[in-house]
Write a protein that binds this ligand. Structure first.
Ligand code: HEM
Ligand SMILES: *[C@@H]1O[C@H](CO)[C@@H](O)[C@H](O)[C@H]1NC(C)=O
Ligand SMILES: *[C@@H]1O[C@H](CO)[C@@H](O)[C@H](O)[C@H]1NC(C)=O
Ligand SMILES: *[C@@H]1O[C@H](CO)[C@@H](O)[C@H](O)[C@H]1NC(C)=O
Length: 210
């Protein structure tokens, strides 16, 4: 009885966006408002007066791929797929109208790698990036910079992309997926400008610009 009411209370808290936790990436020390769920992390940092850019992080584990939906579901949302290619991290924007391998997405949005926070180690792959023009899509395919309850999606695959050396690869179906809520406003930081400035290089082979 007591246990069940604690559990119900816990789910209610998660459903109201209180699952958002602060995560500091160990190399860059950037702090993100994050969804933390081993083996997937997605986090964002924004200016105190947000525009349409954010600094983001995706962490995955192993040799498969992780995908993030900026809009929530898989369909008709901006997806970001990230996977390791040996010691390099690959990242590609995708979109699809059907359940099946999503094709490369083009639009006004773009991303730039933050190299200091992008790496593969013996257990994880980590992609830290500046995402420009990545929010407030008129078609609802991404979240809003002021939403305290943004709904986002994740996909985790233990199997690698079909051609992991290629940014335009096809993907096998993920092994698990789901959605979560993120309190975007918890990502506001006075340090944002210095973090965004870390995206100082162009790495077209890694951070695919559609
Ligand atoms: C052949 C490849 C793929 C197939 C067949 C596939 C199929 C599906 C299906 C059937 C669902 C709905 C599952 C359910 O609700 O029970 C789903 C959900 C999802 N997929 Fe995929 N998928 C593929 C690749 C990808 C990729 C590459 C990404 C990301 C880059 C992705 C991201 C998602 C997300 C975010 C969800 C939504 C989770 C949720 O809201 O519960 N998928 N996928
Ligand atoms: C690999 O990177 C992840 C993410 O930063 C970290 O949690 C983990 O401890 C690192 N593993 C090793 C062996 O350094
Ligand atoms: C993937 O890794 C291979 C082997 O290191 C490399 O030749 C190739 O250029 C990488 N692909 C991309 C797009 O960086
Ligand atoms: C980018 O900034 C990092 C960290 O400050 C620095 O190590 C790197 O040399 C810079 N790269 C370029 C291309 O300026």
């Amino acid at each position: 009885m007591l246990l069940s009411s604690i559990l119900v209370g816990g789910f209610a808290l998660l459903a109201s966006g209180m699952g958002t936790e602060m995560y500091t990436e160990p190399k860059t020390k950037i702090t993100f408002a994050s969804y933390l769920s081993t083996p997937y992390i997605f986090g964002i940092a924004l200016p105190e007066k947000p525009g349409n850019d954010f600094v983001g992080i995706i962490v995955g584990k192993g040799t498969g791929y992780v995908g993030s939906s900026f809009g929530g579901p898989m369909l008709n949302a901006l997806l970001l797929a990230v996977w390791p290619n040996g010691s390099k991290v690959m990242a590609s924007f995708r979109k699809t109208k059907n359940y099946g391998s999503p094709t490369v997405a083009t639009g006004d949005w773009s991303m730039k790698e933050i190299s200091a926070g992008t790496y593969v180690n013996s257990t994880h792959f980590v992609y830290t990036f500046l995402c420009q023009n990545c929010m407030s899509m008129a078609d609802g395919s991404s979240f809003s910079p002021t939403d305290p309850l943004a709904v986002m999606g994740f996909a985790i695959s233990t199997a690698a992309p079909t051609t992991k050396t290629s940014l335009t690869t096809a993907f096998p179906r993920h092994s698990s997926q789901g959605s979560y809520q993120l309190d975007v406003t918890k990502g506001y930081s006075s340090q944002y400008a210095s973090w965004a400035a870390l995206a100082n290089g162009t790495k077209p082979a890694v951070a695919f610009r559609a």
